[in-house]
Write a protein that binds this ligand. Structure first.
Ligand code: NAP
Length: 213
């Protein structure tokens, strides 16, 4: 596929670019301020920042180009706007708050545990340059186990992306934890989303979970 990679010089983008090329994709790197001609591209991939992502995706959709999005922290209302624009142009847009398969399993197991142990809190830990808090994964997990679940955000150098869901009941606790050790963890999920793009319905599909069954 011919792919425009928005955020190619970023922490995730700089791991993704060579990985996509190694898989046979033709990658156009796009950085902030670049004039980009999207005509002829099969998809965009966006790992940028919350203020930039919606504009990038809407520009792609407006030109009939599908999108795979990892950027988190979209402003409220932007998802609905992207969904409406993508449906109008009959273009699929795939957004995942977490492209690491272990993180998706952590969310599944947490949702299962919450059926039996309803008291839980989420601790999410990320590198200190992450712009948004709480993380998209923590908010998605809270949505699965119960809106209003407390989320604690830690931002420190040395961390990559980690989350623990801590359940408590009389006389016992249960911890379900996922650790991303390097950004290579996100590559297989992005490749899967690209491979499945043309099977997705027009509009927005959210979450790697939707591609795993
Ligand atoms: P990062 O290192 O800050 O990289 C972001 C890159 O995007 C930077 O090179 C930045 O350039 C560039 N950029 C900003 N605005 C742009 C625009 N309009 N067009 C093109 N490029 C633009 O951040 P990161 O750690 O790679 O993370 C990127 C995003 O992905 C964050 O939202 C993060 O939370 C998310 N993320 C998601 C997952 C997932 O699995 N879904 C995993 C990891 C990270 P400048 O430096 O010049 O601003």
């Amino acid at each position: 596929m011919k792919i425009a990679l928005f955020g190619a010089d970023g922490k995730v983008g700089s791991v993704l670019a060579p990985a996509l090329t190694a898989e046979g994709h033709d990658v156009t790197p796009v950085e902030l301020g670049d004039e980009v001609e999207l005509a002829g591209h099969d998809a965009i991939v966006d790992f940028t920042q919350p203020d930039a992502v919606a504009g990038n995706v809407l520009a792609a959709v407006g030109q009939g180009v599908p999108a795979v999005v990892g950027t988190t922290g979209l402003r409220p209302g932007r998802l609905e706007e992207i969904d409406a624009a993508a449906k109008q142009r009959a273009v699929p847009v795939f957004i995942a708050p977490n492209f690491a398969i272990g993180a998706v399993l952590m969310m599944r197991f947490a949702a299962d545990a919450a059926r039996f142990m309803p008291r839980a809190e989420i601790i999410e830990l990320h590198h200190d340059t992450k712009v948004d808090a709480p993380s998209g994964t923590a908010r998605a997990t809270a949505g699965l186990i119960g809106e209003g679940t407390a989320i604690h955000s830690v931002r420190l150098p040395g961390l990559v992306a980690h989350q623990e869901v801590l359940f408590g009941g009389p006389g016992q606790t249960l911890s379900i934890r996922h650790d991303t050790m390097s950004r290579e963890a996100f590559v297989p999920g992005v490749l899967l989303a690209l491979a499945r793009l043309d099977t997705l319905p027009p509009g927005l599909t959210v979450g790697l979970d939707a591609l795993l069954d």
